[in-house]
Design a protein around this ligand. Structure first.
Ligand code: UT7
Length: 306
């Protein structure tokens, strides 16, 4: 079964919030946030729908496709505009799509879960799927809680996946979930995000390394074969620890959290876009895309750019 990435698009709010600005109202500092997370600034605003529409339209434009070409929309979001209806049908409506549309919530693994879902849908007869990761995390942040306020932000990214019987960009996957750790990162109805950061950190490194190794093994590759790692952007120290254990130098990892913070389902496409803008996406190269987050959930995929 062959699947190709045909186009990509991103959208971020205009409003930039720097660490210095957060330090005006919170007991924190630019030094602490930069050293402990790698984040320097983030974008705040919009909604899952508005950001998702922009990213989705840009991905279709980049793919040279129109609404008639798309036969399914999968939206990864942890922060839908409403509990019901799902946000995907509203995005589809704004884009002029009349195809099926649904939300997937796998927190920060959401984009990779949506890619895996789209892969399955392409396997069973769909031709082109618009996959969007869009988040409005700032809405569910208690802005007096320094633990979460310095981390979470808003944004969206999207790609069009197309069935291709002649070859594939998606080579292998390893996904997982462990609901026994559900209480480590939560947002209750009407509440705010809360997290046991240290424990999430510890487990994140473990599941990223484990799922990456399994996805590599399934692909018949080793870490040496990877030109690029496109990881979920939660904390630069998690990325450093995971890549070190995998035997991959940090130079091969794409980092955008310094500019965008943690945008959950949007972080991997935001990182892809940065890699492409900087000429780091090269035909024939292998890459690891890997996410982890609340659930706990995790998802790694090995891709080869065509
Ligand atoms: O997207 C997927 C889910 N999320 C994650 O993957 C996040 C995973 N966790 C992390 O990234 C890190 O654990 C954090 C960034 C959340 C925290 O970093 P840490 O190095 O684990 O810090 P810590 O929680 O161990 O706290 C160290 C100190 C504490 O003070 P004491 O007890 O040593 O006096 C905290 O109270 O830093 C303090 N602290 C802060 N200080 C200034 C915690 N947050 C802040 C803050 N500014 N924002």
């Amino acid at each position: 079964m062959g699947v190709r990435f045909r186009g990509w698009g991103i959208a971020v709010p205009d409003r930039v919030v720097t660490n210095a600005e957060l330090s005006l109202t919170l007991d924190t500092s630019d030094e602490w946030i930069t050293e402990r997370t790698g984040i320097r600034e983030r974008r705040i605003g919009g909604s899952a729908k508005t950001l998702g529409v922009l990213a989705g339209q840009r991905a279709m434009d980049d793919a040279g496709m129109s609404t008639a070409d798309i036969d399914f929309l999968v939206l990864a979001t942890t922060t839908p505009d409403r509990i019901a209806p799902a946000t995907a049908p509203m995005i589809a409506n704004e884009l002029g799509l009349t195809c099926p549309a649904m939300d997937v919530n796998a927190a920060c693994s959401g984009f990779m879960y949506a890619i895996r879902t789209a892969y399955g849908l392409l396997e069973t007869g769909n031709k082109r799927i618009l996959v969007i990761g869009a988040e409005h995390l700032s809405r569910w942040v208690d802005w007096s809680d320094r633990n979460m306020a310095v981390l979470l932000a808003d944004g969206a990214g999207a790609t069009v996946l197309e069935y291709d019987p002649n070859g594939t960009d998606l080579i292998s996957f390893c996904l997982g979930a462990d609901g026994s750790a559900a209480d480590l990162l939560t947002c209750e109805h009407g509440g705010y995000f809360q997290m046991n950061g240290r424990e999430i950190f510890r487990r994140a490194v473990r599941v990223v390394v484990d799922s990456a190794e399994k996805a590599l093994a399934t692909a018949g590759l080793t870490a040496d074969d990877l030109s690029l790692v496109i990881p979920h952007q939660a904390n630069i120290r998690i990325i450093q620890a995971a890549t070190q254990r995998l035997g991959i130098e940090m130079e091969r990892a794409v980092i955008v959290l310094d500019r965008y913070g943690n945008t959950s389902s949007a972080s991997i496409p935001l990182a892809y876009d940065d890699a492409r803008q900087n000429g780091r996406i090269k035909p024939g190269d292998y890459a690891l895309m890997t996410g982890f987050g609340a659930g706990l959930t995790w998802a790694s995929a090995i891709v080869r750019w065509s």
